[in-house]
Ligand binder design. Sequence first.
Ligand SMILES: C[S@@+](CC[C@H](N)C(=O)[O-])C[C@H]1O[C@@H](n2cnc3c(N)ncnc32)[C@H](O)[C@@H]1O
Length: 317
Amino acid sequence: MDLMTAREAAELWGISQRRVAIFCAEERIEGVQLKGNMWLIPQDAQKPVDARSVRFQPKTPAAAKPFLKWAGGKAQILDNIRMKYPVGLGKTVTKYAEPFVGGGAVLFDILSNYNISEVYIGDINRELMLTYQTVRDDVDSLISSLQSLEEEYLSADETKRKELYYQNRNKFNELKLEQSEAIELTALFIFLNRTCFNGLYRVNAKGGFNVPQGSYKNPSICDAENLLAVSKVLQGVKIVCGDYKMSASFIDENTFAYFDPPYRPLSASSSFTSYAKDGFGDKEQIELAQFIDKLSESGAFVVASNSDPKNAKRQLL
Ligand SMILES: C[S@@+](CC[C@H](N)C(=O)[O-])C[C@H]1O[C@@H](n2cnc3c(N)ncnc32)[C@H](O)[C@@H]1O
């Protein structure tokens, strides 16, 4: 079979080379082959109908979706991030790392739709990472704990719900303070996430979770079906609690790494960077940019999100 490169196909079909690469990655050209990092296309292949206006749907519907609400979560802009996935993802790019995982919108898209052999997720938030571990390793006990919390909360009237919310928040903070690893702590973490104001996770100077109750009429506290699906895709995933720099030894030239740090505030008054008690200021942003540059230079496929405050100078880096 005679083959042509993506550049030749782009010329033949009058579209960009990048567009051809996207068609190849989406498996929309029959007989296409990936050699190293280069697409080879049968010379007699037909140009796929350009579906720019029709959003690409992955073949298998996503089985597992984020089980937490998370500030800065990327579910709303997943389509834009998908456009930045490396073309060989799931083929030559066999590893995935997400060192600021939060609620994991990109993680679950990748776990549900690509064949990845090694996955690393990390976050500085201890209780968050403990929750991922519990979902991976002991989902049945977690579901039963969460179902009790849900039943108690949903069957209560407004006054009683308020009382329960603050009781559960206190219990969570006690367990957090003693660095407990109990299932109860994880169940309370999910309970608070589903019932607090806007699903925020904010802590005071002593590390105590201090978000007030939200005003949801019928919050979904235990989505057992999704938790089971999440547990399934998390099997074998390396879950690390700590600074993003710990991912350096995992990320290599076969890895796609997505970095989604706390954003640099657009203005002095708009900052929400306090996911943990140690903030993420300009010094940390500069170090992160240097870290990412190094990884890219060493051959890793890196995508990073951040704000565009217009007042950051590249030469600072
Ligand atoms: C913008 S959020 C990530 C949102 C995520 N992409 C999602 O879809 O939900 C940033 C995350 O970085 C974490 N974080 C803050 N400082 C960190 C650090 N030094 N190392 C690793 N994670 C950190 C926060 O706990 C928070 O979960």
